[in-house]
Write a protein that binds this ligand. Structure first.
Ligand code: HSE
Length: 442
């Protein structure tokens, strides 16, 4: 049997403790699986005295995580500190430069600095593995790098944030408030340290940018991801969507349009009966369209201790077995230059919700404004002042909820229409538009 793989773990929060628990519980089996043992030589975290439910007595404690990168008795650093900058990045760079493998769950760091870090890993001939950074327990990085490597990928449609999916489905099923459900997701260990990263779509965008590089072989380009979060989605929208035969999900989509690449994260109406509409709770799913396989959908828990720690372990096992591949499958110098963003060329039908002033002629004036912007309407639903159980009635100022479903139009047309509506005297407050993803989901 080969020598042990000696690891140092930086960050002992939910995921770090989960990793140590699996190693303690399954040490013998993992040794057999890897052909060598995996030994935790040292750990580092902020608070030495916190009870994490794991025995740290056999591990050296380092107050400064950078000591893990410098230690001569460590082959691999597990970075679970988080954050795109600062100590997590410094530690990762130092470890790679000193010829140590790195396993990380840090999607923000990989999304912002993945290419530069991959260069360091390649130069040192070590691994930079990040399965836990994308879609929790779903082995999607491995699937893209290995199982689907023979495919030309046309598109990815995914649910990549467990917190948002949990919130949307809890609101859908129980009618509870957004804030109340977000608190649950935090208590369950799903949410980021700053939950605005979750509900604002940023966390899903980090993951999407990473997947897009794996799928399309283009340089990582987080800055051109179009990002909208779920903060503006109300119970009314969820109910209207259901009335039209849809669920609302936060989707992360990457697809080629002409020479460009569109990467977009936003709430979307997805038809009931499609796989992504059926994804509920903390689950994530990734639907891949490949030229050889056709369509494949992978689904699993996207957040939480067990799924994320399981993904970290899968990376450790690969390295212990001697599998070291380029972080983004293609060597960094073979990644194509960033494709231009193609968001303006996006086309879809739209769901449009606004509150109209309750006066004779207001609806005619609003539909005229939409016609002037060249938006064609497929359906209109207006609630009476008292509303009904599927949508609120008039608000305190007597303004009525109105919902439109449009025919397909391009994004630029819809943006113009929204500007007209925002300035319209018969429209109160901010109108809301949600894209409808009809045809592409599998
Ligand atoms: N906050 C993330 C989520 C954790 O809710 O999906 C997993 O990356």
């Amino acid at each position: 049997m080969s020598e042990a793989l000696r690891i140092g773990v930086a960050g002992l929060g939910t995921v770090g403790a989960g990793v140590l628990k699996i190693l303690a519980a399954q040490g013998d089996r993992l040794t057999a699986v890897c052909g060598r043992s995996v030994e935790v030589v040292a750990v580092s975290a902020r608070d030495r005295n916190r009870d994490r439910g794991v025995d740290l007595s056999s591990m050296r404690w380092e107050d400064d995580p950078m000591a893990l990168a410098a230690a001569s008795d460590i082959d691999l650093v597990v970075e679970l500190i988080g954050g795109s900058e600062g100590i997590a990045k410094d530690l990762t760079e130092a470890a790679l430069k000193s010829g140590k493998h790195v396993v990380t769950a840090n999607k923000a760091m990989v999304a912002h600095h993945g290419v530069a870090l991959a260069k360091l890993a390649e130069a040192s001939g070590v691994a930079l593995n990040y399965e836990a950074a994308v879609a929790g327990g779903i082995p999607i990085v491995k699937a893209m790098r290995e199982g689907l490597a023979a495919n030309e990928i046309a598109s990815i449609h995914a649910i990549l944030n467990g917190t948002c999916n949990y919130i949307l489905t809890e609101m859908e099923e129980t009618g509870r408030d957004f804030a109340d459900v977000l608190k649950d997701a935090q208590d369950l260990g799903y949410a980021e340290a700053d939950p605005s990263f979750d509900v604002g779509g940023i966390d899903a965008a980090h993951k999407l940018a990473i997947l897009a590089t794996l799928a399309f072989g283009t340089e990582l380009d987080f800055d051109t991801v179009h990002i909208e979060g779920i903060e503006t989605i109300s119970a009314t929208d969820i109910h209207f969507a259901a009335e039209f035969g849809y669920k609302i999900r936060l989707l992360a989509i990457a697809e080629k349009i002409g020479d460009g690449l569109v990467q977009r994260v936003h709430p979307a109406l997805v038809p009931v009966g499609t796989p992504l509409a059926a994804v509920s709770g903390v689950y994530n799913a990734v639907a891949v369209d490949g030229d050889r396989i056709g369509h494949a959908v992978l689904e699993g828990r996207g957040a939480g201790e067990g799924p994320t720690a399981s993904a970290v372990l899968s990376d450790l096992i690969d390295i212990a077995r001697g599998l070291v591949v380029s972080p983004f499958m293609l060597p960094v110098d073979r990644l194509k230059a960033k494709a231009p963003s193609a968001m303006a060329q996006h086309k879809s039908a739209y769901y449009l919700r606004l509150r109209a002033v309750d006066r004779a002629g207001s609806m005619a004036a609003i539909t005229k404004a939409l016609a002037e912007a060249s938006v064609s309407i497929e359906r209109i639903v207006q609630r009476g002042p008292k509303g009904d159980k599927k949508g609120g009635g008039s608000d305190a100022s007597g303004r009525l909820p109105v919902v439109f479903v449009t025919h397909e139009c391009d994004e630029a047309t819809m943006v113009r229409a929204m500007d007209l509506l925002k300035a319209h005297e018969d429209v109160a407050g901010e109108p809301l538009m949600i894209r409808i993803e009809d045809g592409e989901l599998r």
